[in-house]
Design a protein around this ligand. Structure first.
Ligand code: UD1
Length: 392
């Protein structure tokens, strides 16, 4: 251990990693004995998919950027493995932290495990039980490699127990996404985009779509957007589009969307725009009548914010957002999506303002300090046992 400090290396690669790792980096700064190292794989690289999160979450620039960029799943994963493997040859931490389920998560966990560097997985144990999702494969493999598994909800604890993971490796600590959200709401309500859209007092809905199964096939995407366009005759729908989604819309010339070019929106329409910044996005969903999404993190954020969420997928790996949150999984059926959305417009599912006790357990903004306590205990114990074994 260099300088007797605990060297903890964290990986970010894709957009959903940023809000999970940011609260930990902030917490690390309160502990002198920790030396944080940040690696960006470069899986996401556009300003609005990456740097804007560093700026808004006040994350210092990464110590290393592997600059892997886009590619096939296999090409991208292989490139991360190769470049991260090279990096570990000259900078070897005491522990590696990976978050979520993206290609960067699994690729870096694999390299560290082979290097016998302990791996901690943030958001372990979530399962959709749908192996057609690349993320499900990444989750299963990362959990199999991890030495410490930090979980966000009870279902994850159960899944890991069912898979035979030793209970002393699993720590139920709550949700870092909520840590970031709580902090963001406190420090900087970001309402510039909502104001610019002229939506500070008008009702509207928000749509996000990026799963390959929903957006890579023009026919399926086109039918989905036609259904949302029908909803959008009643209420404007704001659609900050992921680059993967924009590509299909552009290539297939899907006509259901209108392109926002700045300024106030009229009373109706499905309005596509570039990805929103973190603060603008939270502000948009917080004040929306409903959110339609296929994202994992958005299901959690709407649960905390008490906003109705329709998940456009056949399953969710985050069942607590349905059992004690505001989420409804509607399947990938455009007709059912439209009916469910109209139902929310006509008969709101529930009244807002649920008591805090109804939020999922430990979704309280205090997950980062809980994780750091475990990391310190584990690393100090491991170092002490190594010292015992090596006679001085
Ligand atoms: C990845 C994650 C997914 C996560 C999502 C959030 C995996 C397997 N998937 O999917 O779990 O929910 O990020 O966004 O890791 N692109 C750009 N600019 C960028 C990034 C991507 O234009 O900054 C384009 C590229 O053309 C790329 C495509 O988007 O080919 C898809 O990017 P990629 O990182 O492969 O996967 P995502 O669909 O973003």
């Amino acid at each position: 251990m260099g300088n007797n400090r605990l060297r903890i290396m964290s990986i970010v690669g894709a957009r959903p990693n940023m809000m999970k790792v940011a609260p930990l980096l902030t917490e690390f700064r309160l502990h002198e004995e920790i030396e944080p190292i940040l690696v960006h794989t470069g899986q996401h690289y556009d300003y609005l998919m990456s740097q804007v999160f560093f700026d808004q979450l006040r994350v210092p620039p990464p110590d290393y950027n592997l600059g892997v960029g886009s590619g096939t799943h296999y090409g991208q994963t292989a490139e991360i493995i190769r470049k991260f493997g090279d990096l570990l040859q000259h900078d070897r931490p005491d522990m590696l932290l990976v978050a979520g389920d993206v290609n960067s998560t699994f690729a870096c966990a694999l390299v560290a495990a082979k290097e016998r560097i302990p791996v901690a997985h943030l958001e372990a144990g979530l399962r959709s039980f749908d192996r057609s999702m690349p993320e499900e494969i990444n989750r299963i493999l990362t959990d199999a490699l991890a030495d410490l598994l930090f979980t966000t909800e009870e279902s994850a604890n159960l899944n890991l127990a069912n898979e035979g993971v030793a209970p002393d490796k699993v720590f139920f600590v709550g949700n870092l996404v909520i840590d970031s959200l709580v902090r963001a709401l406190k420090i900087a309500p970001g309402h510039r985009l909502r104001a610019e859209l002229g939506l500070t007092t008008k009702p509207y809905a928000v749509l996000t779509l990026h799963r390959p199964s929903n957006v890579d096939h023009a026919d399926q995407l086109s039918r989905t957007l036609d259904a949302v366009a029908e909803l959008a005759q009643r209420i404007p729908v704001i659609f900050p589009a992921h680059p993967r989604t924009s590509q299909t819309i552009k290539t297939a010339q899907i006509g259901a969307v209108r392109h926002w070019e700045g300024g106030s929106l009229p009373a109706a329409g499905l309005w596509m725009m570039p990805p929103a910044s973190y603060l603008d996005f939270l502000d948009l969903i917080q004040h929306a009548v409903m959110v339609i999404t296929d994202s994992g993190g958005v299901q959690e954020e709407t649960t905390y914010l008490d906003v109705p969420c329709l998940t456009y997928r056949d399953n969710t790996e985050r069942p607590v957002t349905v059992s004690s949150g505001t989420n409804k999984v509607v399947g990938c059926d455009p007709h059912r999506l439209l009916l469910s959305a109209l139902e929310i417009l006509e008969h709101p599912l529930y009244t807002r303002g649920k008591p805090a006790s109804l939020c999922p357990p430990l979704w309280d903004g205090q997950t980062a300090p809980r994780i750091v306590r475990v990391l310190k205990q584990t690393l100090q114990r491991d170092l002490a046992s190594t010292a015992e074994r090596v006679p001085l």
